[in-house]
Unconditional design. Sequence first.
Length: 227
Amino acid sequence: MENTQLDTVKRQLITVARQLAEKGLLFRGEHANLSARIGEQVLLTRGGHVSQLGNDDFVLLDMNGKVQTGSLESTNAEIVDMHTRVYQVRPDIGSIIHCHAPHVTAFAVAQQPLPLAYEPLLRFGHAEPTPVVPWAPRGSTASVQGIIDAVDGHPSLQAVMLANHGVLAFGRDPMLAAQFLATLDEAAELVLAASLLGGAKPLPAAAFEEVQARMRQFAGTPGAAVH
Ligand SMILES: [Zn+2]
């Protein structure tokens, strides 16, 4: 592996973690862990303060979770499988962010799936209500199996919620995963606000195809963006 690629991905994760903290998406406790796929390896935060990551705050794992470089803090040794097993079953995923983004986590605590009612989510390829994986201790075999059962064979699912805990968001790279997470938290906040106004209304069944078709039509247009 090129060292330059490792350095680039590390820089992306450091930048993304700082942005998530600035936007309030790590919530006040800043419980979070972030990773990215680099070829046949996974770069994972090793522990500590995620909003203040430095170059040495990462470990490099093989796809089975075996540490290749660096050393994990015990709190993050617990969550290795939560990352590596998702990469194993979903080759489309290049980065994973786990955190307790406040509005999405409200749905996780209420054990309520987040309905698909906010158009920007569709632009990330997310085309299903966000499910809640049954509770089990963080990173445990039962918890990870619940995550795998939800995401395996569901390429249009870009996040799952962990019951009574938080969220796991995905993307092709760290920037897209972070952008998606921010959009998902907006969706959760808006669905909560809409509950005072008679409740969020679902998007039509054909919305995903229509949005994707429009994105293809304008692909390559200067200024065309995800949102
Ligand atoms: Zn957590």
